[in-house]
Write a protein that binds this ligand. Structure first.
Ligand code: G6P
Length: 617
């Protein structure tokens, strides 16, 4: 993944670069580094670990400059070490930061070594620095030579990259390039910036150009910006004003971003619904002008996503089949993209992604375009992301920037978007099982959802007490049935991600086919028990656990008659329309894993080995 920042400014850029990196730490935090043009020379600071370590290095020995590039790393090629930290230099002439993977680097490295280049890292990135150094050897001294050199060498790069480049040959310039990894240009006043995500640059600008695949950009002293497309033609790209404000960048009164984002859910759920519902149904045009025609034609749906977004897709399968009567397949993108899927006639392709930049999901979308789907719907949280640009129809989830690596509000707003999709599809199809009366009931329940979520969040203190039972555990089992099985999967994923406790999720009916053997007094078993037609079956499954001495933790509808015992702790949730229960039951599981992680003292917002935006395969 990795995050990159670049600046061509009228002031010392060290602070801008460090702040930008801190805001990009969600993309990786194995090491960080920056190179600044200090008195005509490339001067570099690098440190293993988080950006704070780099900050300390810079504070020890500040080498100011008005032009620089910086990087925070999520290790792919080469362990986290200072030598592998970016920027990578070739002699004292070229500096490069890179997000992505250069797939043909081994061959290129062998060629460069044979030509006399000395490599100082194990990274794939270092080849780029040496390729540029050679290209500059062959170039004239004219202005624009670095821009031309980057355009030339990207032809030799296989794989994915977003690049930031500097050279002493043109000390007032930073070059950027993008292919397969995100990169935006920040437009300042007589200044210009580069970053993997606009969030990184919000302290210095709110105006952004989203580069397209294959674009190369030159940022020059005075804020001059020049872009060429993949075939080298000069292009103008529109400037977008960032409208989310900068509130997302601070934790406010909360101890962690994750907790802040959990508490934002009532507000962002309302935002995700705004302007998309009438009194009786969903406004199908919310998905775009062609949506009604496309939905009316849809006979099958394939949903593709990764991680938490995949779990949202699994919930949607239950909804789409039950309410819209359309058969659905849901699959993780990293599997789908390497299969040979058979696509029945009139199948709609749907991707789900918080970031809109997940490499596997994007690759699946591009592959799907060759397979004869009737269209591609992208449900995404980041406006202007690759997924949004490349989908035929889009629905934005409007969660606002999510910083905590463990996804929370992005998931619940995806569920809102997927319920809207379900209702829109049901409305567009004459043979959908959902009648107008039921559609109206769900719409009213959606409108009433935010305050009910608030009531569930008010159970925080009780959930914190429950969490104490988990701090010393090494394993946990999550159970759910029907649309709550994916909620159990999501609960288990949250616990593993941030507390490092091994957790598994099972459909409760499957317990007797194996996992029951694991149940003893040391195994906490967490279950969600909404008031739906599988309730009685779930109750029997819970008895099976109790009979084996398991410790049960049940989040149950207050009306279902599940009560606490010596071996069973129960937390009652307000009653909610069955269709929306998966959304509501997600919240206590988020809070539970949050409190367990806090008790265990892990790094809640930046758990080890993970990153938020996975722009590599
Ligand atoms: C990473 C993140 C997860 C996220 C997944 C998919 O693994 O840590 O939280 O669910 O990527 O990301 P996307 O942006 O496509 O939803």
């Amino acid at each position: 993944m990795c995050g990159i920042v670049g600046a061509v400014a009228q002031r010392n850029v060290q602070g801008i670069l460090l702040e930008g990196l801190k805001r990009l730490e969600y993309r990786g935090y194995d090491s960080a580094g920056m190179t600044v043009m200090h008195q005509g020379a490339l001067t570099r600071h690098r440190a293993v670990g988080k950006v704070a370590a780099l900050d300390a290095r810079v504070a020890e020995k500040s080498l100011p400059g008005v032009i620089g590039i910086a990087h925070t790393r999520w290790a792919t090629h080469g362990k986290p070490s200072e030598a592998n930290a970016h920027p990578h230099h070739s002699t004292d002439r070229v500096a490069v930061v890179h997000n992505g993977i250069i797939e043909n680097h081994e061959r290129t490295k062998a060629r460069l070594q044979a030509a006399g280049h000395v490599f100082t890292s194990e990274t794939d990135t270092e080849v780029i620095a040496h390729l540029l150094n050679d290209a500059l050897d062959d170039a004239s001294d004219e202005r624009g030579a670095l821009f031309a050199a980057v355009q030339h060498i990207v032809n030799d790069l296989g794989g994915a990259y977003a690049l930031g480049v500097m050279s002493v040959s043109e000390p007032d310039v930073v070059i950027g390039a993008r292919q397969g990894s995100p990169l935006v240009v920040g437009v300042g006043i007589d200044e210009a910036f580069l970053a993997s995500d606009p969030l990184a640059l919000l302290p210095v600008t709110d105006r952004f150009i989203y580069l397209e695949e294959g674009d190369v950009v030159e940022l020059r002293d005075g804020g001059h910006i020049r872009i060429v497309n993949r075939v080298g033609q000069p292009v103008e790209r529109p400037i977008h004003v960032f409208e989310h404000g900068d509130g997302a960048a601070s934790k406010g009164e909360y101890r962690h971003f994750m907790l802040k984002e959990i508490y934002e859910q009532p507000a962002v759920i309302s935002a995700a619904l705004e302007g998309r519902l009438s009194d009786t149904g969903v406004l199908v045009e919310s998905f775009g002008p062609e949506a009604a025609t496309l939905f009316a034609r849809t006979r099958q749906i394939h949903i593709i996503a990764c991680g938490t977004s995949y779990h949202a897709g699994l919930v949607a399968r239950y909804w789409l089949e039950r309410y819209a009567g359309v058969p659905v397949q849901v699959e993780v993108a990293s599997e789908y993209r390497y299969r040979h899927p058979v696509v029945p006639e009139d199948t709609l392709f749907v991707t789900l992604s918080q970031s809109g930049e997940t490499a596997d999901t994007l690759a699946a979308l591009r592959y799907a375009k060759t397979l004869g789907y009737i269209g591609a719907l992208g449900i995404c949280n980041v406006p202007g992301s690759s997924l949004v640009r490349e989908s035929d129809l889009t629905l934005m989830t409007r969660a606002g920037p999510e910083i905590g690596v463990a996804s929370t509000k992005a998931f619940t707003t995806q569920l809102i978007a997927l319920m809207l999709f379900t209702l829109a599809l049901a409305k567009s199809r004459s043979d959908a099982p959902l009648d107008a009366g039921e559609q109206g009931e769900i719409v009213q329940a959606l409108k009433a959802l935010a305050p009910i979520c608030q009531q569930v969040l008010a159970l925080n203190d009780e959930i914190e007490v429950l969490s104490q039972a988990f701090a010393e555990k090494h394993h946990a089992l999550f159970l759910g049935r029907g649309a709550h099985f994916p909620i159990a999967l999501e609960g288990a994923l949250k616990l593993k991600e941030i507390s490092y406790i091994h957790a598994e999720a099972y459909p409760a009916g499957e317990l007797k086919h194996g996992p029951l053997a694991l149940v003893d007094s040391e195994m906490p078993v967490i279950s969600v028990a909404p008031n739906d037609d599988l309730l009685e079956k779930l109750k029997s499954n819970l008895q099976e656990v109790r009979a084996r001495g398991g410790q049960l933790f049940v989040f149950a509808d207050k009306n279902v008659g599940i009560h606490a015992h010596d071996d069973t702790q129960v937390l009652h949730l307000p009653h909610i329309h069955e269709a929306l229960a998966p959304l509501l039951y997600t919240l206590p599981l988020q809070l539970l894993s949050y409190h367990v992680a806090v008790l265990k003292g892990t790094d809640v917002d930046q758990p080890r080995n993970l990153a938020k935006s996975v722009t590599v395969e």
